[in-house]
Ligand binder design. Structure first.
Ligand code: ADP
Length: 396
């Protein structure tokens, strides 16, 4: 079965066509600057990347351009659109309503809209993408795969905030967690690699990308994760602060004459390793600056790794142990010095890193030594493939 996987942002749309039997990507790309001027990037398997500037006022035109590219006579990966048998949509926030992926119908869309308040930047864009696909591909089954669903197994003591209970009752203010598709994919793969039963394994997944989160997966269930009501909580990220004393915000707001929107903008877009270093949110730039002796770049790197190690320690406590620790996403897969800094703080768990193995990038690899009490792996994430698999399992 060929599955079109769609990940819609407010002005962008990423797509892949995946054949579910071979799990090969037949074509992939993205639409950028939707509603501004518009650009389509299209790349068939084994072919050249093509970039076309073309107006796409809304996501509907963007989806249409993707479909046209997929069946283009010269470079199209498909002969006809009938070859797309299902569409899998990434949906950021499923609130407490969605504990698993689901076939999309009008009721599901209405329920997703009820979660819009919780993810005002993401969910409306996801729905626009779904609407566009339903209009252009009537009759093709669509599946919604939620970033939050995997974490719906967290126990209440893990997901409640220490604030008046009425805010949970009235508005469902609580920890939800994100990157669930990735945490689920990587933890399942870890169980396969170590040859253990997924339902009897304690895994900690460090998804370290521009957005970063950690998840404690006990016996196949997420029992805690570092992101919260929104993707702002937890680790120090590219431009997001992660955990912070809320009083610091009131203090800065009064000193700088900022309102809540101004503060949220700083926490989401001007903080993290970029805000601390003043250099960049990209770890390649930070590494280069650190090598030249830039003290704030060195500090930002150390803060990032320290926070990761602290969360890993807290999740060992939450699960009363850990069997496997996995590093994934852009930084987790590619940045050996971060993995080394994190693991150097985990010696008390009996972890020793294999320095040679830890030079690996972007490949599945055991990076702990044979005598390490906890196994440490690099496991590349593949959210699109995970969405395609979920889609197929529901459509079949
Ligand atoms: P997101 O999906 O959240 O945007 P990614 O998982 O793509 O983030 O990770 C992006 C980050 O990963 C970059 O900011 C960069 O710091 C790091 N990264 C990506 N590729 C490499 C690489 N080849 N070497 C070192 N760091 C990398």
């Amino acid at each position: 079965m060929n599955v079109l996987v769609i990940n819609c942002g407010s002005s962008s749309l990423k797509y892949q066509v995946i054949n579910s039997e071979s799990e090969q990507v037949l074509a992939k790309g993205l639409c950028e600057r939707i509603g501004i001027d518009g650009r389509l990037v299209y790349q068939p398997a084994g072919g050249e990347k093509e970039i076309t500037d073309a107006p796409m006022p809304t996501h509907k035109e963007a989806v249409q351009m993707v479909l046209d590219a997929l069946v283009n006579e010269r470079t199209g990966a498909l002969k006809s659109l009938d070859e797309i048998e299902a569409v899998g949509h990434r949906i950021v926030h499923g609130g407490e309503k969605f504990t698993a992926s689901t076939l999309i119908d009008d009721d599901v869309i209405a329920a997703v809209k009820e979660c819009n308040d919780l993810a005002p930047l993401h969910n409306p864009a996801n729905i626009i993408g779904i609407d566009a696909c339903r209009q252009l591909m009537p009759g093709v089954p669509m599946v919604g795969v939620f970033d939050t669903a995997f974490h719906q197994t967290m126990p209440k003591e893990a997901y409640m905030y220490g604030i008046p209970y009425e805010y949970y009752d009235k508005y469902k203010v609580r920890k939800y967690g994100f990157h669930g598709t990735s945490h689920s994919f990587v933890s399942k793969r870890a169980a396969e690699i170590v040859g253990r039963d997924y339902s009897q394994l304690k895994t900690i997944v460090c998804h370290l990308g521009n957005g970063a989160s950690i998840c404690a997966v006990e016996n196949g269930k997420s029992v805690d994760t570092s992101m919260g009501l929104s993707p702002l909580e937890g680790l120090i990220m590219g431009t997001r602060s992660g955990d912070i004393d809320p009083s610091a915000m009131e203090f800065i707001a009064s000193k700088e004459g900022l309102d809540m929107a101004g503060i949220m903008n700083i926490l989401n877009k001007k903080s993290g390793v970029e805000g601390v270093s003043g250099v960049s949110s990209d770890f390649r730039d930070l590494e280069a600056a650190a090598k030249e002796g830039n003290e704030r770049a060195i500090l930002a790197i150390d803060m990032f790794a320290y926070r990761v190690a602290k969360y890993v320690g807290s999740y060992v406590a939450a699960m009363n142990g850990v069997d496997v620790i996995c590093f994934t996403a852009g930084i987790g897969e590619n940045t050996g010095f971060i993995r080394e800094k994190v693991c150097s703080r985990l010696g008390y768990l009996g972890i020793t890193l294999d320095e040679e193995a830890n030079t690996a990038r972007g490949e599945e690899k055991l990076i702990s030594t044979p005598d390490s009490k906890v196994k440490v792996y690099i496991i590349p994430t593949n959210e699109e493939l995970a969405i395609a698999r979920e889609t197929v399992s529901l459509v079949k």
